[in-house]
Design a protein around this ligand. Structure first.
Ligand code: SAH
Length: 565
């Protein structure tokens, strides 16, 4: 799996030019600017420390344009925890110095050199092995895996102490390194896929050149098969299965346990043929049994070029608008997306996106078409996100996506990894700002009669009002539905007093948001538009003044007699 795009974190406008130069080198990198201090960053953050720690914990490479000390102090509390260690660099605001701080095994030195070259600055490399040999032996290029880190460290210190080394097997990336090579050396770097007992004199590096094709089988069965074929586990590049088994959770768990990607191809013949077909320059192919076969390639393999992954479709909720109210799972999903579909306003709200991410903006009304398009893309193995505002399950895309799937008999669609990720719905975001108007039983309704008969809406309004439920109205009014809200309020007024508290939240969590507390008697449809959430209290809903102006609105948790205590 590739690393995620780097985050370039800046504190002021003075760093923007340097940040942009770094971004030219890594076009997928995202510039995070401090809100109120930086104009024109890709993304705004409120708090430096929290942002840096969150990026670190998400294993995002961090390029911070500030003093190294600030970065060290900020990340220090996380360093004792075991977990992600992405590359972390401090870069001087003017680009003159690039200091790799953390992530030695994640390629931080290579990154520092690249950035320094792009900025015409100097990389402050302090890793002895790297300085002496021009490469980090413990961090072989992608396509290769290090046998054992602890043995490796010892090996490198022996080398640094002045010993010479032999290279056994093909190691093209070492051709440019300045290693003290000698055919008679005691120390050896051994590159190969054969299973081998590690010894103190050897640095074992495994090419990832092995594919296991299977229709079923546990991780244990794979380990045994590889062992019997004398192939090192570390050389396994990926598992490959028949695309008809894409939804198999057993295969997914096996791949997870092995720590390798699971890829799919169409299978017409035996599993041995499936294995052979996946590998460009085949060295050997071994049939283990009817359900498992091994193919070994002459060169390391890039799993991303073998077959295709299981497609993923996530229907996500952005929350009302503010970035802090978006759940972390949604942020992570947006970062992994290849395609983003939705109504243009929401797609823009979900951004910014990298150059490699494709945005498909459509009209708000083309929901079923959008849902089908999403499945078509996901069925090709892409990672697709469909965006809704608020929660995707509340008058939004999740139900449309499931309806499209339900109507389809296409196995490729049903095999897609479908996820619905929740968000903070407008009624809840509005309620939270007002206090707790939905603190007791409440009823959520859309007043739009586009997809349901108006008679049903009237009936539900009547019964919900009679039942004394607090009410939350979505889609309260629009140009094409001008009279419906007035009629709805008439029905509610038959069961509630004119003093009943009402909360109007407009553009909550977005720029220019307004929150207004009024009463049912004073509420008129012209105070409401399609960007407004209408909350109507029940008979128990109370209002009292808040210090500093405005009111608190809440509906107590009890009903009838107030309990004692
Ligand atoms: N899935 C969304 C609702 C979509 S229906 C959610 O869970 O919030 C669209 C309606 O939601 C709008 O007509 C408006 O009534 C309400 N709405 C959506 N976002 C809002 C916001 N930020 N502030 C106030 N109301 C909002």
């Amino acid at each position: 799996m590739g690393r995620s795009a780097p985050a370039i974190v800046i504190l002021g406008n003075g760093s923007l030019a340097t940040a942009r130069k770094i971004q030219q080198r890594y076009p997928e990198a995202v510039i995070h600017g401090l809100a109120g201090r930086v104009d024109g960053a890709d993304r705004e953050y409120q708090e430096f420390g929290a942002t840096l720690r969150e990026l670190y914990q998400q294993d995002t490479p961090i390029i911070a344009l500030c003093a190294a000390g600030i970065v060290i102090r900020t990340l220090a509390p996380l360093l004792l925890e075991k977990g992600a260690e992405p590359p972390v660099l401090a870069v001087a605001e003017n680009g003159s110095a690039v200091v790799p701080l953390l992530g030695g095994l994640g390629g931080v030195n290579a990154l520092a050199r690249e950035i320094a070259a792009a900025l015409d600055g100097a990389a402050a490399i302090t890793t002895s092995g790297e300085l002496r040999f021009g490469t980090c032996l413990l961090n072989p290029p992608s396509g290769y895996a290090l046998g054992d880190l602890e043995l490796g460290k010892r090996f490198v210190s022996d080398l640094l102490a002045g010993e010479s080394v032999r290279i056994e097997g093909p190691a093209p990336w070492l051709a440019e390194a300045q290693l003290p090579e000698d055919q008679q050396a005691r120390l050896a770097i051994h590159v190969g896929h054969a299973e081998r007992q590690p010894s103190a004199n050897e640095l074992l590096i495994y090419p990832r050149n092995v594919v296991v094709a299977l229709t079923s089988g546990t991780a244990e069965a794979i380990r045994t098969a590889l062992h019997e074929a004398n192939i090192a586990l570390q050389s396994l590049a990926c598992l490959l299965a028949d695309e008809r088994d894409m939804a198999s959770s057993a295969l997914r768990e096996t791949a997870l346990e092995m720590g390798v990607p699971l890829r799919f191809n169409a299978r017409s013949g035996t599993v041995l043929e499936l294995a052979r077909g996946a590998v460009p320059s085949l060295l050997t192919a071994i049939a283990i049994n009817d359900s498992m076969a091994i193919a070994v390639a002459a060169e390391p393999l890039d799993p991303l070029l073998i077959g295709r992954p299981r497609g993923r479709l996530a229907v996500i909720g952005l929350g009302p608008g503010a970035a802090e109210l978006m759940v972390p799972a949604v942020k992570a999903e947006l970062a992994r997306a290849n395609d983003v579909l939705g109504y243009e306003t929401y797609v823009r709200m979900a951004g910014p996106f990298r150059a490699d991410q494709v945005m498909h903006c459509t009209d708000n009304r083309e929901e079923m078409q959008r849902a089908r398009h999403a499945f078509e893309l996901a069925a090709q193995g892409r990672s697709v996100v469909v965006v809704s505002s608020g929660d995707p399950g509340v008058f939004a895309m999740a139900a449309a996506v499931l309806e499209a799937l339900h109507e389809s008999s296409d196995a490729h669609w049903h095999n897609v990894d479908l996820q619905i990720l929740p968000g903070v719905s407008a009624s809840l975001a509005t309620a939270a700002q007002a206090g707790a108007p939905l603190g007791h039983d409440f009823c959520v309704m859309s007043l739009s009669d586009n997809l349901k008969p108006w008679a049903i809406i009237e009936k539900r309004l009547d019964l919900a009002s009679q039942a004394d439920l607090a009410l939350a109205f979505y889609n309260p009014i629009s140009r094409s539905r001008p009279w419906q809200l007035g009629r709805a309020l008439e029905i509610v007024a038959q069961h509630r007093t004119a003093e009943t508290p009402v909360v109007l939240g407009r553009d909550i969590g977005r720029p220019g948001q307004t929150l207004r507390v009024t009463t049912l008697g004073q509420l008129t449809p012209d105070q409401v538009d399609m960007r407004t959430m209408v909350l109507i209290g029940s008979s128990t809903t109370c209002v009292f003044p808040r210090a500093g102006g405005g009111e608190w609105v809440y509906t107590p948790r009890w009903y009838g007699e107030k309990p004692v205590g």
